[in-house]
Every structure is written in structure tokens, then in C-alpha cells.
Design a binder for this molecule. Structure first.
Ligand SMILES: NC(=O)C1=CN([C@@H]2O[C@H](COP(=O)(O)OP(=O)(O)OC[C@H]3O[C@@H](n4cnc5c(N)ncnc54)[C@H](OP(=O)(O)O)[C@@H]3O)[C@@H](O)[C@H]2O)[C@@H](O)CC1
Ligand SMILES: [K+]
Length: 514
């Protein structure tokens, strides 16, 4: 599903008119109908439209027009509809015009009894700070919701005052419970503070021919897309079919990283997971990770060449290699990483494993000038904002604001990598500028070890033959989906990274069934 800027949305609408005779009147009819259908489907099976009280706040432009069309459909379905036209200050209650003298008191009484308020004040045409009287109206709506927990607010296209290009919000913007956006999600939905104002997001079809979107390169990850990307599981398969993953992860202070990443690679369906560990570390894993095989690494005080050769000797046959989680940053470890990278660069592309670098793999690299020139092509890197900052010479990188997007796109191209910039809505972008953004954000994931799980999942998908961009997107999406399955039981705090592991296959099943 493509994500658009306002300019792209307008261009789509203009092209629809020019090439397909889809006038803005037709699109608005489609928009209002589609919003009404989504609204009705959302109510089911708990409520009926019959007698449901709905107050529409109608703005002066096409967003208000969408609201009027939607209102007609709701009236037909049996709802008791009131319309407040903000610019004209005119109120209609169940098709009765209210006199000017009674408008204020009558609006107050509708506000106090209505089940739903539909925000159709402004959409993508919002161009300046909201006027005081519009802010006052929205504030009154917010107060009413605080007073009555049952009141629901539905935003048409977007909550009024949210900047659809940046995710900025006007001080008057209020939180929607549901946003029904039209045609495509808007870019600003994926960045903060806007992301927090949308509630549940639905996308209404307004009948734009899909081929109009062919040139767009930014997508929202969805169940459907991830389902299409998931590797097939032929009946006639063995563990070789689904690829082998090698991990160079973990060290005495951080033993859990290799377990979490390795198990995650297995949980996404990789055929075999091998940990390259020192003999000293072996007992830690042998007792807990029965399915893994091991490459026994010389201890840290032996030469880096001896160590890297041990791993390199075992690499043939492996389709992916994960370097980084829990490795530490000793000079010896850094040398080993550099020697492995040099070996991979000198291998023909079809013979070498696909590489994922995370955590201390990145921290070790960021200490080096022009570190990205050391990477083989097709590498996936998965920095969180702090690691990204170190890779960018100490830049301060935001966890959720719009400036992340331009940074990620620019650096993926400059570094020639598939870049997974983690954060509340993780961004995945490749050197050609193709971008996928994860809508789902779960605060439960903000805890140690969850990044190791993600890196392992991406390694596991690479081993099954997905491209770096697809493996990264699929991993990111299912990682959050798994966290939501955990959160369904425990809420949004207290998740341990290992809780994600058994939920990963269930998240894949959920995607396949969606
Ligand atoms: N085009 C299409 O084909 C389709 C469009 N669709 C729908 O249309 C929406 C976009 O419609 P839109 O462009 O009319 O913009 P919209 O958000 O309704 O506001 C514009 C009006 O608000 C005014 N205004 C602006 N800022 C303001 C402020 N701060 N405070 C107060 N007023 C302000 C502005 O006035 P002006 O700046 O001209 O003085 C103008 O009158 C889009 O979100 C979607 O819902 C769908 O139906 C699909 C087909
Ligand atoms: K709106």
C-alpha cells in the first residue's frame, strides 16, 4: 500500500480526472461511501446503525464534502445524524435546520448525547494555523470525550490540523479514535507527534486505478504484502531447502544476544542455525539452544587471523551471516570483523552469504573512516537511532520525527546498503530509494534484546532466499506483529525479548490467514 505526500495525492487525483474521467465529484462520492462502509463495518457486530447518534463537523473544503456524502449514507442506514457547518455556523439536527438563536445551546446538547463525532473539518488542504473558533470547537469535543468514555471520534482522511507531510500537529488537533484515510495513507502518519493522533487506521478505497500508483516508491508494510513475501514451504523440502544461517554474535558479558538472534532465525523458518562461539561460551548455549550447531572459535587472546579463518573455513554453504549482537568492541573483535568483510568482498556475489550487521557490528565499524566501503554489496544494516548517530559521525538522530526519513534515504544510497532505521515506526530503505515504513509501533518492544531478535529474523529470511529489502521488511513487520501477540496477554510493558520467539511463527500464521 503506497504512502503519499499531499503533492503526490493531488497529482493522483488530477491524473485520475485527466486519464479516466474520474472527476473530483466522483472521487468524493466514492470517498464518502467508502468512509460510511468502513464506519459501519467497524461498528459491527456490537452496534447497529439504527438510532445511533452521529454528529458531523463539516469544514469548508472537500474534506467537509466527504463528510456530507458519508452523512447521507449513514442517514439511509438509520443513524440519527446532526451536521454542524463550521464556516456558516449552521446546525442541522435530523434534517431540521436549527435557528441561529438556538444553534449554540442545541449544539451543546447534541455534543452531550452523541455516540460518535465525525471530524470532517479539514483534510489535506489545511494550510495555516487553525482559527481560534475551530480550536475552541475541537477542545470542547476533547473535553466531552474526557467526560464520557463511550464517545468516539472518527477523523475523515486525517485529524484536523495534522500536517500530512510531516506529522506535525496544530495545538488544536485532537486525538481520533479511528482515522479513515482516503486512497492512501499520508506520509505524516508515520512520524511523531502525528502518529499518536490517529487511533486505529483504516484506508478507504476511492476508486483510483491502481496503475496510477506505479511510480510511487514509499509503501506501508501490510499483512497482505508480507504474506506475499513469505517464502513458500514445499512438501518436498529438507533443512537445506530453507537455508543455513551463521551467527558471529555474543561474548562473555552479553551471552544472550546470540541465543536470541539465533533462535529468531530458526523461528522464521531457516533450516539450520550455527553459532560461532568460543569454547568458553559453548556451555552457555549448549544447554539452552539444543537445535543449534556450533563453530568453535579460538579464544579471544589468540590472533585475529586465526579466529577469522576458523569462521571463514566454515562459511561455504551458508546463505546468510549475522554479525554483531553482543560481540563487544575489543580491537581483536574489530580485526576479526574486518577480515571477514574482506573475505566476503572478494567472493563472487552468488557464492557468498548475505550479510546483516547489527549492534556491536555497527559500533565497531563506526570507529573507522569510510567504513561503508568495507561492506560487500547487498548488506543489511539495522541501527537504532543511537547506532545510526555513531555511524553518522555523532549526529543526533531522532527516534520518530520526519527528518529520519530523508537521513535514512540519503545514507542508504551513500552507503549502498539496505538500511533498517529502527524506531517507533521503523523505516526500511534501499540504495535505489525504495522505502517501506512500519505503521505498527509497540512500546513493549523498547526493552533489551528485542533488536537481537529482529536481526536474527532478517538473517533467517535472507537464508530462505528473500532479497535484502524484502527480508528486512518482512522481519520488521513480523517482529512487531509478534510483539502485539505478546501484548494481547500482558499489555505494553513487561515484555522480555525471549517472549517474542514463540510468537514469531504465530505472527506468520496470522499474516497468511489475513
Ligand atoms: N481533491 C479530490 O479530488 C479529493 C479530495 N478528497 C478530500 O478532500 C480533502 C482535500 O480537500 P481540499 O483540498 O478542499 O482541502 P480541505 O482539507 O477540505 O480544506 C480546504 C478548505 O479549508 C480552508 N482552510 C485551509 N486551511 C485552513 C485553516 N487552517 N483554517 C480554516 N480553514 C482552512 C481552505 O480555505 P482557503 O485556504 O481557500 O481560504 C479551504 O476552503 C482531502 O483531505 C479529502 O478529504 C477526497 O474526497 C478524494 C477526492
Ligand atoms: K478531518
Amino acid at each position: 500500500m503506497h504512502i503519499v505526500t499531499v503533492a503526490e495525492m493531488r497529482a493522483l487525483e488530477e491524473q485520475a480526472d485527466r486519464q479516466y474521467d474520474l472527476s473530483s465529484h466522483i472521487l468524493m462520492q466514492n470517498a464518502g461511501k467508502s468512509a460510511a462502509d468502513i464506519f459501519e463495518a467497524h461498528l459491527l457486530p456490537h452496534h447497529s446503525m439504527n438510532g445511533l447518534e452521529v454528529l458531523f463537523l463539516i469544514g469548508p473544503g472537500n474534506n467537509g464534502g466527504d463528510g456530507l456524502v458519508m452523512a447521507d449514507h449513514l442517514v439511509e442506514a438509520g443513524a440519527f445524524v446532526s451536521l454542524y457547518r463550521w464556516k456558516e455556523r449552521k446546525l442541522t439536527v435530523r434534517e431540521q435546520d436549527i435557528s441561529e438563536a438556538e444553534t449554540v445551546s442545541e449544539l451543546e446538547s447534541v455534543l452531550q448525547s452523541t455516540d460518535y463525532i465525525i471530524d470532517a473539518l479539514l483534510g489535506t488542504g489545511h494550510s495555516r494555523p487553525l482559527p481560534d473558533d475551530m480550536r475552541a470547537l475541537l477542545r470542547r469535543v476533547e473535553q466531552e470525550r474526557e467526560r464520557r468514555a463511550s464517545l468516539r471520534i472518527v477523523a475523515i482522511d486525517l485529524p484536523t490540523g495534522l500536517n500530512p507531510d510531516t506529522g506535525g500537529v496544530d495545538p488544536g488537533t485532537i486525538h481520533a479514535d479511528i482515522t479513515i484515510t482516503l486512497a492512501c495513507p499520508k506520509l505524516g502518519f508515520f512520524f511523531f507527534p502525528g502518529r499518536e493522533y490517529l487511533g486505529e487506521l483504516y484506508v478507504g478505497d476511492i476508486g483510483l486505478p491502481p496503475e496510477l500508483e506505479n511510480h510511487l516508491t514509499t509503501e506501508m508494510l501490510t499483512d497482505k504484502q508480507v504474506e506475499d513475501l513469505l517464502p513458500g514451504r514445499s512438501l518436498n523440502s529438507n533443512k537445506g531447502t530453507f537455508g543455513k544461517v551463521m551467527l558471529f554474535c555474543g561474548s562473555p558479558p552479553y551471552p544472550g544476544s546470540a541465543y536470541l538472534a539465533g533462535t529468531a532465525a530458526g523461528r522464521v523458518g531457516a533450516g539450520l542455525v550455527t553459532l560461532a562461539v568460543t569454547e568458553q561460551m559453548l556451555p552457555v548455549y549448549a544447554g539452552s539452544f539444543h537445535e543449534a550447531t556450533f563453530v568453535l572459535f579460538p579464544p579471544e587472546d589468540s590472533g585475529s587471523f586465526q579466529r577469522s579463518q576458523e569462521l571463514i573455513t566454515h562459511l561455504p554453504g551458508y546463505r546468510s551471516l549475522l554479525i554483531g549482537p553482543g560481540l563487544g568492541q575489543s580491537p581483536n573483535t574489530r580485526e576479526v570483523i574486518l577480515q571477514i568483510l574482506e573475505h566476503l568482498r572478494n567472493q563472487p556475489e552468488e557464492k557468498r552469504p548475505r550479510l546483516v550487521i547489527d549492534a556491536d557490528g555497527l559500533n565497531n565499524l563506526s570507529a573507522l573512516e569510510h567504513w561503508w566501503t568495507l561492506l560487500p554489496s547487498g548488506t543489511v544494516i539495522t541501527p537504532h537511532p543511537g547506532e545510526m548517530g555513531r555511524l553518522c559521525n555523532g549526529l543526533k538522530v531522532s527516534g520518530g520525527n520526519i527528518d529520519r526519513l530523508e537521513l535514512a534515504r540519503g545514507k542508504a544510497k551513500e552507503w549502498n546498503v539496505t538500511l533498517v532505521l529502527k524506531g517507533a515506526c521503523t523505516i526500511i530503505t534501499d540504495p535505489a530509494g525504495n522505502t517501506r515504513i512500519n505503521w505498527q509501533a509497540n512500546p513493549a518492544l523498547a526493552t533489551a534484546g528485542t533488536g537481537d531478535v529482529l536481526a536474527g529474523m532478517i538473517g533467517g529470511f535472507l537464508a530462505q532466499g528473500l532479497s535484502p529489502f524484502d527480508a528486512a521488511g518482512t522481519g520488521v513487520y513480523l517482529h512487531t506483529a509478534a510483539s502485539e501477540l505478546v501484548s494481547a496477554n500482558i499489555g505494553d510493558a513487561g515484555l522480555l525479548a525471549s517472549d517474542l520467539l514463540p510468537q514469531i511463527p504465530r505472527a506468520m500464521v496470522r499474516c497468511r490467514q489475513s
